[in-house]
Write a protein that binds this ligand. Structure first.
Ligand SMILES: NC(=O)c1ccc[n+]([C@@H]2O[C@H](COP(=O)([O-])OP(=O)(O)OC[C@H]3O[C@@H](n4cnc5c(N)ncnc54)[C@H](O)[C@@H]3O)[C@@H](O)[C@H]2O)c1
Length: 268
């Protein structure tokens, strides 16, 4: 309790999933929370039980992001913690995605040579949207958020990456590229902001139970069999890492990646 007392935290994409879990834990630890999401109603519903403030903005839209941070300034007058969490999975626009992957997995298990041609089917728009939401969104929110954070004696930025940024998820080159880009961005910004005592770190979750991974019904047993700890993680597993990185306990930690992934990938 009270590990974040007196702090103001903005969590992007906080209406559900990992963002909502981080917002809730931050609130429980004493922070004043601001929840951003695309849809104001959804952000308000998440915000209500934790007396948080809700702001609608598409993090990939420069104007909307500028307006969001103006509102943060007007509402709270300070910003101590920024969590860049808003993200998209990439298979939303292909309802047969999981079935295609399952068919491919079965063929591989049967010893067949299996090709993955996903990149040749990806449109310019799909590539751009993935890079825009994750990388441009993280850049825009850091740029605008830092203008407020630098007036405080300390700050913490937490960028949500993924194990796929290091491992490379087949069929998801744009997602893997975006998450890998976030890791490089995090390290460079950590160097830049160290003299201002603003720490910049990343969390690279493994497989976590949220709406993003809910469609993986066919593949889930196979995926869980590859996780040494035997199961998908819960949103709170990520939220606890975020509380730690945001708190004074992590005051000597910057430019690092924490990867709660049940042991699935051990080399972030
Ligand atoms: N769930 C996992 O297994 C997992 C693993 C690794 C990384 N991640 C990452 O964690 C983050 C959260 O994922 P989740 O599983 O909670 O997903 P989710 O789909 O449950 O929630 C994502 C939230 O982000 C919001 N959002 C999407 N685009 C936005 C935009 N342009 N502007 C503002 N908000 C936007 C959505 O509306 C949604 O509320 C994402 O960055 C995701 O890539 C998730």
């Amino acid at each position: 309790m009270d590990r974040l007392k007196g702090k103001v935290a903005l969590i992007t994409g906080g209406a559900r999933g990992l963002g909502e879990a981080m917002a809730r834990k931050f609130h429980e630890e004493g922070a004043r929370v601001i929840i951003n999401d695309l849809d104001l109603g959804a952000a308000q519903r998440a915000a209500e039980p934790m007396q948080a403030h809700a702001i609608a903005a598409d993090v990939s839209n420069s104007e909307q992001v500028k307006l969001m941070f103006e509102e943060v300034g007007d509402y709270a007058g300070q910003l101590d913690i920024l969590v860049n969490n808003a993200g998209i999975g990439g298979s939303d626009d292909d309802p047969e995605a999981e079935e295609k992957i399952a068919t491919r997995m079965a063929a591989m298990e049967a010893g067949e040579v299996v090709h993955n041609d996903a990149i040749m089917e990806m449109t310019d728009e799909q590539w751009d949207r993935m890079i825009d939401v994750h990388m441009r969104g993280t850049f825009l929110c850091c740029r605008e958020g830092l203008k407020q954070m630098i007036s405080l004696p300390a700050g913490s930025i937490i960028n949500i990456a993924s194990v796929m940024g290091t491992y490379g998820k087949p069929g998801f080159v744009s997602y893997s590229a975006a998450k890998s880009g976030i890791l490089g961005f995090t390290r460079a910004l950590a160097h830049e902001m160290a003299s201002r005592n603003i720490r910049v770190n990343a969390i690279a979750p493994g497989w976590i139970e949220t709406d993003m991974t809910a469609p993986l019904t066919l593949m889930r047993p196979m995926l869980e069999s590859q996780i040494p700890m035997g199961a998908f993680g819960k949103p709170d597993d990520i939220a606890w890492s975020a509380v730690y990185l945001a708190s004074e306990e992590a005051k000597y930690i910057t430019g690092q990646v924490i990867s709660p992934n049940g042991g699935w990938y051990m080399s972030q």
